[in-house]
Design a protein around this ligand. Structure first.
Ligand code: HEM
Length: 184
C-alpha cells in the first residue's frame, strides 16, 4: 500500500494485465466450449483451431501465475484504506465480489489444467508441454470440463458486477475509488 491511498504500481499493473488477458481467455474459451473441437475445426480450419486451444491454455496458465503473484502481494502489502464515502453495503459488496474474483480466477485455470490432463490432452504453455499432474480419466475430464464451464459463467457474472461498480464510482459518484487502481 502507498501513502497516497492507491495500490502500489506493481499491483495496479498486475490488475490491468490480468484484465487484458482474462477477456480473450473467456472469449476463446466460450467459443471452444460452444463449438467443441469438431465445430471449431469446421468453422475455422485445423490450424486456427489448434492455435485457439494452445493460446487459450497458455493465457490461462499465465493468468494462474500472475494471480498467484497478485495474491501474495495482496496478503503481504494489503490494500489502501477504504474511501470514507463508501456505504457499509458498498464495502461488504465490493469485498465479496473481489474475494470471489480471486477465487474464481485461480480455480478456473487449475480446473482447466486438470480437465485437459484427465482428457489425455497436452497442457500447453507457449512451446512447452507442462506436466498433467493427474492420470488420464475421460469421465473425470468430462466432469471437470463441466465445472470449468460453470466457473466461466460465474466469472462473467462477477466481472459484470465488478465493472458496473467501478463505472458507478468513476462516472456517477466520482469519489476517487477508480484512482486507487488506475495506472495514471
Ligand atoms: C482464467 C483462465 C481461464 C478462463 C477464464 C477459461 C474459460 C473457459 C471457458 C468459459 C470455457 C468454455 C467452457 C464450456 O462452455 O464448456 C473454456 C473452455 C476450455 N478451457 Fe478454459 N479457461 C481458463 C483457463 C484454462 C486453462 C489453464 C486450460 C488448460 C491448461 C483450459 C482449457 C480449456 C479447454 C481445453 C477448453 C475447451 C473445452 C471444450 O473443447 O469443450 N482453460 N475455458
Amino acid at each position: 500500500m502507498t501513502a497516497t491511498g492507491r495500490y502500489t504500481l506493481v499491483q495496479r499493473l498486475l490488475h490491468w494485465l490480468i484484465a487484458l488477458l482474462a477477456i480473450p481467455a473467456l472469449g476463446v474459451g466460450m467459443t471452444l466450449g460452444w463449438l467443441g473441437f469438431e465445430g471449431a475445426r469446421d468453422s475455422f480450419g485445423i490450424g486456427i483451431t489448434n492455435a485457439l486451444y494452445s493460446g487459450h491454455k497458455t493465457i490461462g496458465v499465465l493468468i494462474l501465475l500472475l494471480m498467484t503473484l497478485r495474491l501474495v502481494l495482496r496478503l503481504t502489502l494489503g490494500s489502501p484504506p477504504p474511501v470514507p464515502t463508501l456505504t457499509p453495503f458498498e464495502r461488504v459488496a465490493s469485498r465479496m465480489v473481489q474475494g470471489l474474483l480471486y477465487l474464481v480466477l485461480m480455480a478456473l485455470p487449475v480446473v482447466g489444467w486438470l480437465a485437459t490432463a484427465a482428457g489425455g490432452y497436452p497442457v500447453q504453455f507457449f512451446a512447452w508441454k507442462l506436466p498433467g499432474l493427474i492420470a488420464k480419466d475421460p469421465a473425470l475430464s468430462e466432469t471437470l470440463f463441466q465445472l470449468h464451464g460453470i466457473l466461466g459463467w460465474a466469472f462473467l457474472a462477477l466481472l459484470a458486477l465488478h465493472i458496473a461498480g467501478a463505472m458507478r464510482h468513476w462516472l456517477i459518484k466520482r469519489d476517487g475509488v477508480m484512482r486507487r487502481m488506475s495506472l495514471f
